[in-house]
Design a protein around this ligand. Structure first.
Ligand SMILES: NC(=O)c1ccc[n+]([C@@H]2O[C@H](COP(=O)([O-])OP(=O)(O)OC[C@H]3O[C@@H](n4cnc5c(N)ncnc54)[C@H](OP(=O)(O)O)[C@@H]3O)[C@@H](O)[C@H]2O)c1
Length: 338
């Protein structure tokens, strides 16, 4: 074979590899490190057994699904949120469908904004199970309101709950993990902790703050390699997040949670969260397209990202102002591209 032919063959192989990677990326629902870990890395079924896992926001949505998937792995579970009857319902379903016994699940009511209760709650978990292997900071609320309309109390509430509530609980659990020189603090952040979108300025601020806090904490734990700080950044996922979002006033509810069908299935998001936990990944992005590409753009090509964000953002605001689901644009996009 001549040298020239060999070169052509090599170039063809490279081109093919690039095309395959591009097609895989267009179908990806998580960042490439995470999907690699899912394919080649450690499996949650091997890594997460016999652990004590404390999940906040376990009464619905992502936290509820996390409880179900964890209960199949044989962990001890602590379920926290404000609505005790919902936590009891989740506990019952965990017992019916998982591998756990009554003694393996503690329902522990917790209001993240009531910071004075966090120390007692931590003590209660340690008294019950003797250790905390994983804290999943999942509880939180989103926002649907424009900056010009939203009262300052809305911003205060979002920071109190999403940011300070999470920081406070983390600070209660951290000394225990430092003493044991091991543990995982997993925080359900959002792609809105990296990118920005209209109608969610306070939510974005709280999630950007969380990312900064946990990245900062990780740098302080460099001498504790057994303590893993993990930021999970999902894009849109099916849950009650929109229905429960804050509006212009703290007391005003969102009219409707909107259509959830175009969003990622909660079970898929949670499976990828477990993969991330099993593989000690520092930050993961869990999102379907186009949200995944947008996150990559924001990270690596911010000028382009701003151009697209301004175009899509205008549409989102128009929809919101005319009373249509703010995200109707994405539904149409998904329908066209699926
Ligand atoms: N779904 C998405 O598209 C999406 C995308 C990116 C990130 N996230 C993040 O995922 C996490 C879970 O949200 P979700 O989508 O599952 O929403 P969800 O269905 O509304 O669930 C939110 C959970 O947070 C709890 N919570 C709210 N306020 C609380 C408080 N003051 N104290 C303690 N718990 C509180 C709720 O329980 P109680 O009402 O019983 O207290 C509920 O269990 C949030 O941090 C959210 O920011 C969600």
């Amino acid at each position: 074979m001549s040298g020239e032919l060999l070169l052509w063959l090599l170039a063809l192989c490279v081109l093919l590899a690039v095309v395959v990677q591009l097609v895989r990326f267009l179908q990806a629902d998580g960042d490439l490190t995470l999907l690699w870990a899912e394919w080649q890395g450690r499996r949650p079924e091997w890594e997460l057994t016999d652990m004590v896992v404390w999940v906040t926001g376990a009464s619905g949505g992502i936290g509820e699904e996390l409880a179900y998937q964890l209960s199949k792995l044989g962990v001890s579970l602590v379920l926290s949120a404000r609505r005790v009857h919902e936590l009891e319902r989740v506990k019952r379903r965990c017992l019916e469908n998982g591998n756990l016994k009554e003694k393996d699940i503690l329902v522990l009511p917790l209001d993240l904004t009531d910071r004075s209760s966090h120390e007692m709650a931590t003590k209660a978990v340690l008294q019950e199970f003797g250790k905390i292997d994983i804290l999943v900071n999942n509880g939180g609320r989103s926002q649907r309101s424009l900056v010009v309309d939203a009262s300052l109390d809305v911003y205060k509430e979002l920071i109190e709950l999403n940011y300070l509530g999470t920081v406070s609980l983390t600070k209660c659990v951290l000394p225990h993990m430092i003493e044991r020189k091991q543990g995982k603090i997993v925080t359900v952040n959002s792609v809105l902790g990296i990118i920005a979108a209209p109608l969610s300025s306070g939510y974005c601020a709280s999630k950007h703050a969380l990312r900064g806090f946990f990245n900062g904490l990780r740098t302080e734990l460099a001498t504790y390699p057994g303590i893993i700080i993990s930021n999970i950044c999902p894009g849109p996922v099916q849950s009650n997040i929109v229905h429960n979002a804050l509006t212009e006033e703290v007391t005003k509810a969102v009219g409707s949670g909107g259509d959830q069908s175009y969003k990622m299935a909660t079970s898929r998001c949670v499976r990828l969260m477990l993969v991330s936990m099993a593989n000690d990944l520092k930050e993961v992005w869990i999102a379907d397209q186009p949200f995944l590409s947008m996150t990559y753009l924001w990270q690596y090509m911010p000028t382009w990202a701003w151009w697209i964000t301004n175009k899509v953002g205008k549409k989102r605001i128009e929809n919101f102002k005319s009373g249509v689901d703010a995200d109707a644009y994405f539904k149409t996009w998904k329908a066209k591209h699926d």
